[in-house]
Ligand binder design. Structure first.
Ligand SMILES: CC(C)(COP(=O)(O)OP(=O)(O)OC[C@H]1O[C@@H](n2cnc3c(N)ncnc32)[C@H](O)[C@@H]1OP(=O)(O)O)[C@@H](O)C(=O)NCCC(=O)NCCS
Length: 155
């Protein structure tokens, strides 16, 4: 596995927006096209996004709020994992874990001490994935009622 996080450009946009979860997972995460529209609509969230590649094959998409001044409950941060999608063909192969590993490295370089995310609870959702990677519930919900999780980046 040779995973890289690459900018979304005119050259790869078509391939990246074709990435899809399973239909049943669509309740838990937006499509790439919806995520890019959200990024444009919410510049206050300082969106930072990348396509996930294994060698030259696009396998996923990730989007963060990058070093924002938190304004809870609408804007959480400073570092917030906003979207994470691994295409259904490539799930369960360790890509999600590797993306998080690389993000943690990038964020520590920035001096970040925690990464937040949130999820919609439900059967087939990502709660177990986040738990395995060390996220714990912070004890609150965001303005959409999503459960906020926290990953400690110390050590
Ligand atoms: C959740 C998601 C990002 C996980 O990515 P992935 O590449 O399939 O996960 P990995 O293969 O890296 O799995 C890492 C670990 O989490 C576990 N895991 C993965 N998905 C899980 C789930 N839904 N529930 C419980 N555990 C899960 C794996 O078994 C693995 O455990 P191990 O390494 O200890 O054996 C991916 O399934 C996905 O895109 N889902 C749909 C969209 C979504 O819900 N995104 C998150 C909300 S924004």
């Amino acid at each position: 596995m040779s995973v890289t996080l690459r900018p979304v450009t005119d050259a790869n946009l078509v391939d990246v927006v074709e990435l899809r979860t399973t239909p049943a997972q669509e309740q838990f995460v937006s499509t790439v096209a919806q995520s890019l529209a959200e990024a444009r609509a919410h510049p206050e969230g300082n969106p930072w996004y990348r396509a996930v590649y294994d060698d030259e094959v696009p396998v996923g998409f990730v989007m963060l709020s990058w070093d924002v001044v938190p304004q809870p409950p609408d804007l959480n941060g400073p570092w917030f994992l906003w979207k994470l999608l691994i295409d259904s063909r490539y799930q369960g192969k360790g890509y999600g874990r590797e993306v998080l590993r690389q993000l943690v490295g990038l964020l520590r370089e920035q001096g970040a001490t925690e990464l937040l995310t949130s999820h919609v609870p439900g059967e087939g959702g990502p709660a177990g994935f986040y738990e395995r990677l060390g996220f714990v519930p912070r004890g609150d919900v965001d303005s959409q009622g999503e459960i906020i999780l926290r990953l400690d980046l110390h050590s």
